[in-house]
Design a protein around this ligand. Structure first.
Ligand SMILES: *[C@@H]1O[C@H](CO)[C@@H](O)[C@H](O)[C@H]1NC(C)=O
Ligand SMILES: *[C@@H]1O[C@H](CO)[C@@H](O)[C@H](O)[C@H]1NC(C)=O
Ligand SMILES: *[C@@H]1O[C@H](CO)[C@@H](O)[C@H](O)[C@H]1NC(C)=O
Ligand SMILES: *[C@@H]1O[C@H](CO)[C@@H](O)[C@H](O)[C@H]1NC(C)=O
Length: 433
């Protein structure tokens, strides 16, 4: 798996010139995926040692391709069926479900979607037949105290638009690409319902990055699929992409989102409350529509989200002088000016969450770390060395919120105050990038 990620990285890197934002989006995600793959390998080794004599490292779970997907028009960019990995719950968790939506950026043009359709982010032909489950999907109570024995699902991301695209075949203009994310969402959920999700007593929808955004977008849909008496909540991880200007005053991610929304015709499936008030592509930004979400939400995001620093705050194009070249890869390399801009970014994120912070059922964990997804690996989710705020790990805060044990609205003090942070060093992953 690590080897295939390295190959993919090279692929994305080579295509870099063609469509910078997309390539970088994919590149960033893949770097992080690679990082977590690498750390998962450590995790793997660590866990094997910790559970000597029991043949139970992180569980290896088989891929399931969605049945009759083509018939339902629920297909990946290249027309292949979507897929997921399901590990059954047991004991007291047998009727509880956690569904995780994979991330991996977006594509905003025929050319970039076409490149993507030849990778695991656009075609099930490249999905691994088995994967390990880590973090919130881990099946050991010491690493995942509240959800380890639930039914746990990882849904692959292969539509390029956070599972919200909806273009008919007829309007494809013979591109051979399919923009069917909304149908993928429905087909996967219906298959899971038939496998026991329909009888869930409690369910948590989560996802990382573009999957975190999909979690915001589909949270109320998810609740609507389940019986009234089911406890349903949502945990978007690193999906709070800010509607903010970059350091040169441009809305880089805003114009990128505009293209995604129009290419894949997302308008029908974005928040109706938001669409009635503002330009549709604005409604791809969670801060513009969280107030319309009725299902309880826990917003997990680092204030210095590494992906957002690279693509929202200081994208390459906004930085011709290279003032962010080193800082973009490692927060320890940031100079005073960079840090000021980072603190400004954090303030914008906190401002965008002011109303949400007052919500009765909400939870939040905005830590001052330079990282991206944090539910993924035991380093960040729950281990003796995980990042904490007020002595709680992310897993503990999420559990306290889900089970109403105590309020969990944590906002960290600004960098560099938190010694428990796990800051990414992207230099170490891709020297010279
Ligand atoms: C993952 O958790 C195990 C068990 O607590 C630990 O030994 C290992 O060091 C962790 N891995 C990492 C990379 O932190
Ligand atoms: C749309 O695409 C699906 C999947 O390839 C196919 O099964 C279906 O027949 C197509 N519908 C039309 C109207 O072309
Ligand atoms: C398909 O063609 C129509 C009309 O020529 C155009 O408006 C639309 O943008 C095209 N769609 C794509 C996805 O290229
Ligand atoms: C932090 O939490 C741990 C376990 O949850 C507890 O043992 C410890 O006493 C707590 N430390 C402080 C300072 O509250």
């Amino acid at each position: 798996m690590a080897a295939s990620m390295v190959q993919l990285l090279r692929l994305w890197w080579r295509r870099g010139g063609r469509d910078r934002v997309v390539a970088f989006a994919g590149f960033g995600i893949l770097v992080l995926t690679l990082l977590f793959t690498v750390s998962s390998l450590f995790h793997d080794a660590g866990e094997r040692t910790a559970f000597v004599g029991q043949s139970d490292g992180p569980v290896l779970v088989d891929l399931t391709l969605v049945h009759d997907a083509e018939k339902k028009g629920a297909v990946c960019l290249d027309g292949s069926p979507p897929g997921y990995y399901l590990h059954r719950g047991f004991g007291s968790g047998a009727d509880s479900w956690v569904v995780h939506l994979e991330g991996g950026g977006w594509c905003d043009s025929i050319a970039s979607c076409s490149s993507r359709s030849r990778t695991p982010l656009g075609s099930s032909h490249y999905f691994e037949s088995q994967i390990h489950f880590y973090g919130i999907l881990n099946n050991h109570p010491s690493l995942n105290p509240d959800f380890y024995n639930w039914n746990r699902v990882k849904v692959r991301y292969c539509d390029g638009a956070s599972m919200a695209g909806d273009v008919d075949n007829e309007s494809q203009n013979s591109t051979n690409l399919f923009f069917r994310g909304k149908h993928v969402w429905e087909a996967v959920m219906h298959e899971l319902l038939s496998k026991g999700l329909a009888n869930a007593k409690q369910a948590l929808l989560t996802g990382c990055s573009a999957g975190g955004l999909a979690t915001f977008i589909h949270c109320d849909d998810f609740q609507a699929l389940l019986p009234k008496q089911t406890t349903v909540k949502c945990l978007p991880d690193a999906g709070f992409f800010l509607n903010a200007e970059d350091i040169s005053g441009k809305r880089t991610l805003g114009s990128f989102y505009h293209n995604v929304v129009h290419l894949q015709d997302l308008t029908k499936h974005l928040s109706k409350g938001c669409i009635s008030k503002t330009e549709p592509s604005q409604c791809f930004f969670p801060q513009e529509f969280i107030k319309y979400i009725r299902t309880p939400l826990f917003i997990l995001n680092p204030a210095y989200d590494a992906w957002q620093v690279q693509h929202v705050l200081a994208p390459y194009k906004s930085d011709p002088q290279g003032d962010w070249q080193r800082c973009r890869l490692n927060i320890h390399n940031c100079d005073q000016k960079n840090i000021e801009a980072l603190q400004g970014f954090r303030n914008k994120m906190l401002n965008a969450l002011t109303e949400f912070r007052k919500s009765k059922n909400g939870g939040m964990f905005i830590n001052s770390c330079f990282t991206h997804c944090q539910t993924h690996s035991n380093i960040t989710w729950h281990s003796p060395t995980s990042p904490k705020i007020n002595n709680r790990t992310i897993a503990e805060a999420v559990g306290d919120w889900f089970f109403n044990r105590r309020e969990a609205k944590e906002i960290d003090c600004p960098y560099p105050c938190n010694p428990t942070c796990y800051h990414l060093d992207l230099n170490a992953i891709w020297p010279g990038a």
